[in-house]
Design a binder for this molecule. Structure first.
Ligand SMILES: [Ca+2]
Length: 265
């Protein structure tokens, strides 16, 4: 933005001098500083409005990336995206632009963009990401994938390898991207597609996140398997795969604490 340190913002006869260019930018973006509305503007603390909500430093382009559980096909077309929008945008007044080539959602979700592909495996989703990341330039990816790999008789090791490849490719395409990657919610299993594969795949994801973090990449882990969804009513459709609104609300509640801090980073 190019605002020099020492910049002085004047509003409603209130002048605020900023110690650093970064603080000046934040103050300018805040735009409507008034008497009593600022606290902690020096000493490296975040500038906050009088109501305690941190000043937004940027609008985040968020790409929900995955399969039908991201799309919301079936019982609830807004997926977790609707309840997460309610929390971040309606409740917290943060600026979100969901991005992606797909669109799905009900009237509670004004921004229906996403990159969720029903029936697709992680390696297929990775192929889609290779074109959608350059096209949409997301700041953040919300990644929930693997549910379709399981039912195509894939081992946990191969599933993890596919996830690693997807993430690695995403960082190559956009090195500053933040990938918020989730363990995956329960799904109906049978004798071939076992819960053990689901558990082993999920258990591998924190290590993968740490591996990327050790390389300086921005990766965040969300334990979606612990989000509290239980197979059957009221959280799942009769197919035992797709969440209902109730289940998606629980997913949104799990994404939320991982995503919210990214707006002030
Ligand atoms: Ca959008």
């Amino acid at each position: 933005v190019g605002i020099a340190a020492g910049y002085t913002a004047i509003h409603s006869s209130q002048a605020a001098t900023f110690a650093t260019a970064k603080e000046a930018e934040q103050g300018v973006i805040a735009g409507n500083l008034g008497a009593g509305d600022m606290q902690g503007a020096s000493g490296g603390q975040a500038i906050r409005f009088g109501n305690g909500v941190p000043v937004q430093t940027r609008k985040l382009k968020i790409m929900p990336l995955g399969d039908s559980i991201t799309d919301g096909v079936g019982p609830y077309p807004g997926s977790y995206r609707a309840a997460l929008w309610q929390k971040l945008v309606v409740q917290d007044k943060l600026q979100v632009d969901y991005v992606g080539s797909q669109s799905n959602g009900d009237s509670t979700l004004p921004d229906k963009d996403h990159e969720g592909w029903p029936g697709w495996r992680t390696d297929q989703i990775s192929g889609k990401a290779a074109t959608s990341i350059p096209a949409y330039q997301p700041d953040v990816i919300l990644l929930h994938t693997g549910s379709n790999d399981i039912v195509q008789n894939t081992s946990a090791a191969v599933m993890t390898s596919r996830l690693q490849s997807l993430m690695s490719n995403a960082y190559t395409l956009k090195p500053d991207i933040t990938i918020v990657v989730a363990s995956i919610i329960p799904r109906y299993m049978n004798g071939t597609w076992t819960a053990q594969i689901w558990k082993d795949y999920n258990a591998s994801i924190p290590g993968l996140v740490n591996q990327f973090k050790s390389q300086g990449k921005k990766a965040v882990y969300v334990d979606m398997a612990a989000a509290g969804l239980s197979l059957g009513a009221p959280d799942y459709d009769a197919d035992g795969v797709h969440p209902t609104k109730s289940g998606y609300d629980k997913m949104a509640a799990a994404w939320y604490p991982a995503v919210k801090p990214l707006f002030s980073q």
